[in-house]
Ligand binder design. Structure first.
Ligand code: AMP
Length: 355
């Protein structure tokens, strides 16, 4: 397959901070990016072009795709159907199958299991009446999660034995959901795997991910020994999932490190917050490797540039401390240019690399 050379145009669906960091990496390699999203966002400030449009406006999407040489997406909730027609104009990498799997928690977990992965016990639940049966299958404690559109712990309810199930059902707004048995884990970690159009793969050292209030707070490399012991098995599953999807680009899989080995939690068909440390902490960042992969270029080294790296998310008001991060001198500050620091909103991050 021929490479899409520097100078070409990359179309990115989505205008968030992941698109921003992808566009910066693409620009460094001599590509232009054109963003398509319903609303302007952090990616638009650093891209060559922006089309504001709904993901259902097929004519506008087609006009966007015609001006691009390759298409990608920076978030997984892009509606799949309107994307299918775009293949006539430019390849979509990763493809639509990865979106279909990642958009539905039950499909995603079944897909991981079918490919040899271990998941929490889970049961579908389409109505309040089905919740009792679902919990009988998973046991309690359990977590009720909406099948679709949940992120950063939103659309979830924890259920302890004896809890009021009506309240739990209200917490997911009566949406089709899955109940998941609670996994007792020591740590959470992720695998960022990149797969080229020739099927070559590489993965980054796995970060230890610590969440606060359902939102990623820090990612640290190297992870503790228990995680390191489980990385090979987790990376093998990620590679298997990527191969099954004929995947091109960066695929992120999130895992729980348990006493019995890694348990797959979910996948994101994109670059990921837990990989932001790779910008300064790895030889080739996750963003550059995604661009390399979708353009058919050789993948870059995923090796660490230092002995340890920590990425700290700046959530809401935390970004106001930017002068202190700059004063550290060797901390790498990234601000996403969002004007309103709402609570829970990811405003930027700081990376510290120890040599
Ligand atoms: P998720 O949206 O699936 O990533 O869930 C958000 C967070 O909730 C995860 O990062 C975990 O900390 C926690 N969590 C999710 N599912 C489970 C589970 N089955 N057992 C224990 N903790 C979980």
């Amino acid at each position: 397959m021929t490479a899409i050379p520097p100078g070409s145009t990359i179309g990115i669906l989505g205008s968030g901070q992941l698109g921003r960091m992808l566009a910066v990496a693409a620009a460094q390699l001599g590509y232009r990016c054109h963003i398509y999203a319903p609303e302007s966002g952090p990616a638009c400030d650093v891209a060559g072009g922006f089309t504001a449009g709904s993901y259902y406006e097929t004519d506008l999407l087609a006009a966007f795709a015609k001006r691009c040489d390759v298409l990608t997406y920076e978030f997984e909730n892009v509606p799949v159907e309107p994307l299918r027609a775009l293949a006539d104009f430019a390849p979509l990498r990763p493809g639509t199958r990865a979106l279909e799997v990642a958009q539905d928690r039950a499909v995603e977990k079944a897909f991981a299991r079918d490919n040899g992965g271990r998941t929490a016990p889970f049961a579908l639940c389409n109505s309040r009446e089905e919740l009792d049966a679902a919990l009988a299958e998973t046991g309690t404690p359990a977590i009720l999660k909406t099948l679709r559109l949940g992120y950063d712990g939103k659309g979830q309810a924890r259920i302890m034995p004896g809890d009021d199930l009506d309240a739990a059902w209200d917490a997911v707004n009566g949406q089709p959901s899955i109940a998941e048995g609670f996994v007792t884990f020591a740590h959470e970690f992720s695998i960022m795997l990149v797969r080229g159009i020739d099927g070559a793969t590489a993965h980054y050292p796995a970060p230890l991910n610590v969440h606060r209030g359902g939102i990623l707070a820090t990612s640290t490399v190297p992870a503790p020994a228990l995680v390191l012991e489980q990385v090979d098995a987790a990376a093998a599953l990620a590679a298997q999932l990527a191969a099954a999807l004929d995947y091109v680009g960066v695929l992120t899989c999130e895992f729980f490190a348990t006493a019995d080995g890694p348990v797959f939690n979910e996948m994101a068909p994109r670059v990921h917050n837990s990989g932001h440390w790779t910008i300064e902490g790895a030889v080739t960042s996750q963003f550059e490797n995604h661009i390399r992969a979708i353009c058919g270029l050789p993948l870059g080294s995923t090796a660490l540039t230092g002995t340890s790296v920590e990425m700290q998310n700046l959530i809401g008001d935390e970004a106001n401390d930017w002068p202190a991060f700059l004063a550290e001198g060797d901390a790498h500050l990234h601000l996403y240019g969002k004007n309103e620091a709402r609570p829970g909103r990811k405003m930027g991050h700081v990376t510290r690399v120890r040599r």
